[in-house]
Design a protein around this ligand. Sequence first.
Ligand code: ZN
Length: 319
Amino acid sequence: MVSEELIKCPMCSSKKVAKINELSVSDIEYIYRIRHGIEMRNFFVDHIFESESFILYRCKKCDLEFYSPMVLGDGEFYSQLQGGGEYYPEGKLEHSYVASVVNNISKGKTSVLEIGGGNGNLAELLDVDKYVALELNPNGLECIKKKGFQAYNMTVERFTESNPGDEFDAVIACQVLEHVENVHTFIESSIRLTKKGGLLIFSVPSRDTFMSDEINNVLNMPPHHQTLWGASVFSNMEDIYKLKIMNIVNHRLEPIHYMSYAKTMSGNLLGRGIRINKLLSKPFWSKLHGVISLPLYMYAKFFSGRISGHSITVVFMRQ
Ligand SMILES: [Zn+2]
């Protein structure tokens, strides 16, 4: 367990933090085993030593929520997760939105850096003169290159060392910030690469939505996610990084999340219980939970436009 005095916010470095939740490592292991068919015991033994739980803190200065200890998924973890077909789902609403924003920049030649280019899905929607992707996953990197785009296997911090600042009209990171350990250097490097007056665009899962009630969603916990974001954090970033918010969009519920929305809402109606509800992860109960959630599933399907979905996108302008 990390000593309380050493805990500080990974974005603003404030030590004024409040403990808001505690997750048992053995519960997370259990859900991965039952739901995703992934055995995490050895991973946790190797990476967090004797810690038996993850503590979720909220920074009192910037409102960012972060887990301690921070433990990032390794290559083996992600190859197992991708094997389950749960990564890089295509056709995300935030990609269409980001593309509409970027394709409207009219300053002559437009240059874009995408941090975490995934499989190049966003790149294909962009109508720009220069596109560069940074992607750490070798399969993703290969895919982006095959589509004909420029891509490098490096972090934004390393890319900044070998590139002049003020270089890109837009720097984009979709579904990346929540995985990052050193949030501050990530954001600082992203800003440095953006031209003055250029755009900095981040999409993240939003804790302002039904996601905060998804008690069994281990994909929103370590080692997959390190931090939890909401609109208030972006508002505070305006002061911390001297940025100006141009727009914040909470995308509507996507079909891939109809059932998790329905199960979360019905779970709330039935009573929230403990933070991770092992019972509801057992196959029989999970199916039963799905059946009793059907009316809410139908509601989600027909009124998805009225429901805040998984992701939020912020567009900042660098001052
Ligand atoms: Zn903070």
